[in-house]
Design a protein around this ligand. Structure first.
Ligand SMILES: [Zn+2]
Length: 78
């Protein structure tokens, strides 16, 4: 599986049907809602890799950060 943010080889973690979860050596451990992934695919949006990695590093202390549609709007590179 590839990382949904940077595209590097990442470990897919089973997080149920509402989320995609990855443990990426570059980005860290995170979740993205399936709704966000559908939106991004539909609009061909991409995450700002540097910005998203910093956000995960800040949020990912003791918890798995989840990128929902609200948060994705701040991390998308347009
Ligand atoms: Zn990554």
């Amino acid at each position: 599986m590839n990382c949904l943010i940077c595209g590097a080889l990442a470990v897919r973690v089973d997080a149920g049907s509402k989320y995609e979860e990855r443990a990426c050596p570059e980005c860290g451990h995170y979740r993205i809602t399936c709704k966000v992934l559908e939106l991004m695919k539909a609009h061909q949006w991409h995450f700002d890799v540097g910005l998203t990695q910093r956000w995960i590093a800040e949020k990912g202390i003791g918890t798995i950060p989840t990128i929902d549609s609200h948060q994705a709007g701040r991390l998308i590179d347009v």
